[in-house]
Design a binder for this molecule. Structure first.
Ligand SMILES: *[C@@H]1O[C@H](CO)[C@@H](O)[C@H](O)[C@H]1NC(C)=O
Ligand SMILES: *[C@@H]1O[C@H](CO)[C@@H](O)[C@H](O)[C@H]1NC(C)=O
Ligand SMILES: *[C@@H]1O[C@H](CO)[C@@H](O)[C@H](O)[C@H]1NC(C)=O
Ligand SMILES: *[C@@H]1O[C@H](CO)[C@@H](O)[C@H](O)[C@H]1NC(C)=O
Ligand SMILES: *[C@@H]1O[C@H](CO)[C@@H](O)[C@H](O)[C@H]1NC(C)=O
Ligand SMILES: *[C@@H]1O[C@H](CO)[C@@H](O)[C@H](O)[C@H]1NC(C)=O
Ligand SMILES: *[C@@H]1O[C@H](CO)[C@@H](O)[C@H](O)[C@H]1NC(C)=O
Ligand SMILES: *[C@@H]1O[C@H](CO)[C@@H](O)[C@H](O)[C@H]1NC(C)=O
Ligand SMILES: *[C@@H]1O[C@H](CO)[C@@H](O)[C@H](O)[C@H]1NC(C)=O
Ligand SMILES: CC(=O)N[C@H]1CO[C@H](CO)[C@@H](O)[C@@H]1O
Length: 876
């Protein structure tokens, strides 16, 4: 930061502070504070209260970790406990988030770092393909392998908590800025991919963070500031359970260590202090045993968020950074001493954090951070947020890449989705006469990583922008890789079709286009995160470039790098446009993964993780972006469960390319499909078990002296601590205006709960569908079998889309004539709908009326096999 920029920054901070103080005085006149007012909320929505926070530790798999945690937490002082729950402040440590420490017990300042596709703001790391690319592989082994590689890199840099994967946003809004961080617009695809990623990451000892919980489906207006409160996502119970909560349940089921609460409101109450979301759904019904961390500056009340189930605040500051104030830290100490927050709640917060640390084995030989998110220099201030800070080595440039380029390349390659291939135009011959067009084939003209957090669209689009990015250690562009692989290619790295290009009749044009989006703190080409001004069209006149090339060449191959769906209607049916590849967001191996497909070393095997429409008007209007500058946005989920393909099926609209679509250079035949019944399906799952024991602690308020400043303490200016200047002044207890519905009597256990993810019987395998896939074409390739479930809506008494994805499997590479048997498992939950009255998962008894569709996309014309429960499967 330059001196001028720093002065401007200080000015801005002072201005924000004045506004903050004014607003706090203004809005906190009433007991609940302005963030609890629900006046604008449409009458049909409400947030039920759910208190107190269920105490963690009752799930078997976590018992050992909780026993270890209890042992040390019971000897911790109040200051140590508060330390582990609270961030030390913006720019107050090496990582994007740093907690205080409890060194007496070997617990260092915990390091929390972005993000979902690799490590942000460092060097000598791998820039993996994004979530949406990973989803497009439909390959569980690759999802897992990528998770392992990300985990190894995080551990190698000394990161305790790596902030990914993303399943929210889920993809409700096609223009939303960050859906590319997640795996696709379907809860099962998201859930399976997230679970594999988490298992992979956590196998290395790093704590994964599943985010953003929940309904953070657009970037603009998600954050509360003094002028406008973040939007409220208003949703009914069934839609929440069947669509948006679903992938979180899958992540909890496999033991994710942490979950990040999002910025927005849900039904009029902030996600970070929403007792129904955190205490009720997450910690009771889904039995989450790890800790809930706030998104950065998403916390707006110290007491309210603690009671509602938040366990860790990040980065620790109050509403405005670097002012030395906090909702927790010393304020949390005060609220324990004055009796407002029961010590049981603090003990549970800390126990959850420490138990997670033990569960992942971080008590044994876990490295300390050896990088700095704040600078690329080797040495510098340890706490840049303090004006005067001790200095030292901040970056050791540890190379954590190992051979992860192999998995990065495999994911990028196996995600590439062939959408069109008239007359087998692809694969191309390596000595064909090729002309390559578009800046998306080349390098960033400003230099590699020249845009901070990839906040620009320059050169091949490898990822979107914002905190969910990593710096590229190197980049193999399509231009590099095609030049290396071919003998007769000319490159026109420009977005305008050149006037002087000599074209012979056999020449083939490859046109590269892209569409970008990202996090809303950066605006790129007038798109504030979400694609407001680009719409769903290609950027940089890409559509025109394709049209111009099509006017001159008989054969045009279009390569699209995009964050999500784009509208292709301006060129997709032009006679010269013979082939289209959706290469998604490939990361550092963009070029070499593409060349493998273009020239036929591998057949494409990716499938679309979302629907491509003809036109944006084909979507429900309720999934459009909401742009409203004054007052709180009420974003009503009125389309309910009908997002993406569920909507297209229900509204009977044939899209341009259906969800799950993807061609190959070869073709496959499915045969011998068979359904085996494994568990008898009852209307509701068998009754849940009672909760196991949880740690018990002394309930007396600790002595105030535990949060007095230690003697001779070297206190860093503006760093956030648990200490109070006059702790004894904090001990006077007085009645506190608790939220309505607040109680300390444990809530009756929800019947849909019982273990991590919910009642374990929900994951009973009810049916297995076995099928043989044969490569009947003349090239080798991999097939994806997608299993869609059709449930009897009448029996269940609800409306339903005709088909919902519930499972998928991918073959290995099959040579021509070769076969492989796949087994697709279907759980009780896969066959259930959420019964809002009974508050449990309802299924058709004995599976009566259930149909399984096996296909190559969700479209009826891509269905290959139909199995009806109780009958033989038939090929269609
Ligand atoms: C939101 O409001 C609806 C309608 O009142 C209710 O069914 C649902 O449970 C609420 N959800 C949350 C998370 O508050
Ligand atoms: C709390 O954490 C800070 C570092 O963030 C450390 O200086 C202090 O000693 C810790 N307090 C206790 C009681 O461990
Ligand atoms: C206790 O302290 C907390 C944190 O400062 C404060 O929000 C709360 O109002 C206090 N409670 C009482 C009864 O004064
Ligand atoms: C940094 O990384 C290296 C290699 O992984 C590790 O040995 C070291 O303990 C880490 N931390 C520090 C502070 O050096
Ligand atoms: C495909 O190839 C056949 C046979 O060479 C030819 O007749 C036909 O016109 C081609 N179709 C297109 C769309 O190029
Ligand atoms: C160039 O091609 C050779 C062989 O075709 C391959 O081994 C090498 O990895 C390629 N290099 C790049 C940068 O693509
Ligand atoms: C096109 O061909 C003409 C004549 O052979 C040649 O002078 C010119 O340089 C060529 N242009 C390009 C861009 O190759
Ligand atoms: C898309 O729909 C809009 C509104 O229905 C219409 O005006 C426009 O012509 C359509 N565009 C295409 C390419 O179909
Ligand atoms: C069917 O698939 C299941 C699940 O993958 C597998 O355990 C079983 O062995 C398969 N059965 C046959 C006959 O292939
Ligand atoms: C092996 C490697 O890529 N090392 C690089 C690590 O990062 C530093 C700083 O960017 C580079 O100078 C090294 O070349």
């Amino acid at each position: 930061m330059t001196v001028v920029a720093f002065r401007r920054f200080l000015f801005l901070i002072s201005l924000l502070w004045v506004l903050h103080v004014t607003a706090t005085r203004h809005f906190n006149g009433d007991n609940e504070g302005f963030l609890n007012k629900r006046t604008d909320l449409p009458a049909e929505y409400s947030t039920p209260d759910y208190y107190p926070t269920p105490i963690g530790g009752w799930v078997d798999e976590w018992t050992d970790a909780y026993v270890k945690a209890q042992k040390i937490v019971s000897s911790m002082t109040l200051a140590e406990k508060v330390n582990l729950t609270s961030g030390t402040g913006y720019l107050m440590g090496p990582c994007v988030g740093n907690t205080g420490s409890a060194l007496r017990f070997g617990i260092p300042n915990l390091c929390l770092q972005d993000g979902p596709l690799g490590i942000r703001n460092t060097e000598n790391n791998t820039a993996f393909p994004a979530g949406v690319t990973t989803g497009a592989t439909w390959d569980k082994q690759l999802m897992y392998a990528r998770g392992v590689a990300i985990g190894e890199e995080a551990r190698g840099k000394g990161i305790n908590v790596q902030m990914g994967p993303v399943v929210g946003p889920l993809g409700r809004k096609p223009r939303s800025g960050r859906t590319w961080e997640g795996f696709g617009a379907d809860p099962s695809l998201q859930g399976i991919a997230a679970a594999e990623t988490i298992k992979g990451m956590q196998s290395t000892g790093v704590i994964a963070t599943l985010k953003h919980y929940i309904l953070n489906e657009q970037e603009m207006y998600r954050m509360t500031n003094v002028l406008q409160r973040g939007y409220s996502s208003d949703i009914d119970d069934r839609t929440l359970h069947e669509i948006y909560l679903w992938p979180f349940a899958e992540g909890v089921r496999v033991g994710v260590g942490s979950i990040m609460a999002s910025y927005n409101d849900v039904n009029g109450t902030l996600a970070t202090q929403n007792s129904m979301l955190l205490n009720g759904l997450l910690k009771d019904e889904l039995g989450f045993q790890g800790f809930v961390v706030s998104d950065w500056y998403a916390q707006f009340s110290g007491v309210g968020s603690a009671l509602a189930g938040l366990d860790m605040t990040m980065p620790g500051d109050g509403a405005v950074p670097l002012l030395g104030d906090s909702f927790w830290n010393f304020e949390l100490s005060r609220s324990i001493l004055n009796g407002t927050i029961p010590i049981e709640r603090l003990n549970d917060m800390v126990t959850r954090i420490v138990a997670t640390w033990y569960k992942l084995g971080q008590d044994e030989d876990y490295p300390l951070p050896n990088f700095s998110t704040n600078t690329e220099d080797a040495t510098g201030p340890l706490y840049p947020g303090a004006l005067i800070s001790p200095s030292g080595v901040v970056n050791q440039f540890v190379n954590v890449q190992a051979n992860h380029n192999t998995v990065a390349k495999a994911v990028a390659r196996d995600a590439i989705t062939l959408l069109k291939n008239t007359n087998n135009t692809l694969p191309l011959s390596k000595d064909a006469s090729l002309k390559v067009f578009g800046t998306d084939a080349g390098a960033n003209s400003g230099g590699l990583n020249s845009c901070s957090d990839q906040g620009c669209d320059n050169g091949v689009l490898t990822m979107g922008w914002g905190s969910g990015t990593a710096r590229l250690p190197y980049l193999i562009t399509p231009q590099d890789a095609i030049a290396n692989a071919t003998t007769n290619t000319e490159f026109y790295i420009s977005d305008t079709f050149p006037s002087s290009v000599n074209i012979s009749s056999g020449d083939i044009a490859i046109v590269f286009i892209n569409a970008d989006s990202g996090e809303n703190y950066i605006t790129v080409e007038e798109n504030p995160g979400d694609r407001t001004s680009a719409n769903l069209y290609a950027w940089h006149n890409g559509d025109q470039l394709v049209q111009d090339a099509s006017a001159k060449f008989n054969t045009v191959v279009v390569v699209v790098h995009s964050v999500g769906p784009i509208i292709m209607e301006k060129w997709i049916d032009l006679p010269s446009v013979k082939a289209v590849l959706a290469a998604h967001l490939p990361g550092q191996e963009a070029g070499d993964s593409l060349v493998d497909i273009l020239f036929g070393d591998y057949s494409p095997s990716g499938h679309l993780p979302y629907t491509v429409p003809h036109n944006e008007s084909e979507y429900p209007t309720s999934v459009g972006l909401i742009n409203q500058v004054i007052g709180q946005i009420q974003d009503t989920y009125s389309e309910r469960i009908y997002i993406d393909y569920r909507h297209f099926l229900q509204a009977n609209i044939t899209p341009r390319y259906p969800f799950g679509y993807g061609l190959s250079y070869t073709s496959f035949n499915l045969s011998g499909a068979e359904v085996t019944s494994r568990t008898l399906l009852t209307q509701y799952p068998p009754a849940r078990a009672a909760k196991g024991p949880t740690p018990a602690y002394s309930t007396s308020i600790p002595p105030a002296s535990q949060v007095a400043w230690p003697e001779d303490f070297n206190h860093i200016w503006r760093y956030l601590y648990p200490y109070l200047d006059d702790p004894s002044a904090a001990t006077s207890t007085a009645p506190y205006p608790y939220p309505t519905g607040y109680t300390t009597t444990p809530h009756p256990v929800p019947r849909a709960g019982g273990s991590q993810g919910g009642n374990p019987a929900l994951w009973d395998i009810v049916f297995t569908i076995n099928v043989t896939v044969t490569n009947v074409g003349d090239r080798s390739g991999r097939a994806v079998v997608q299993l869609y479930v059709e449930l009897p809506a009448d029996t269940l008494g609800v409306d339903l889309p005709p088909r919902q994805l519930r499972q998928f499997e991918k073959t290995s590479i099959l040579l021509p004539g070769e076969s492989e048997s796949l087994g697709l498992t279907v759980t009780r939950k896969d066959l259930s709908v959420w019964d809002v009255v009974v508050q449990d998962w309802l299924a058709p008894v004995d599976g009566q009326g259930i149909k399984f569709w096996l296909g190559e996309s969700v479209a009826m014309e891509d269905m290959r096999v139909l199995c009806t429960v109780g009958q033989e499967c038939e090929n269609i």
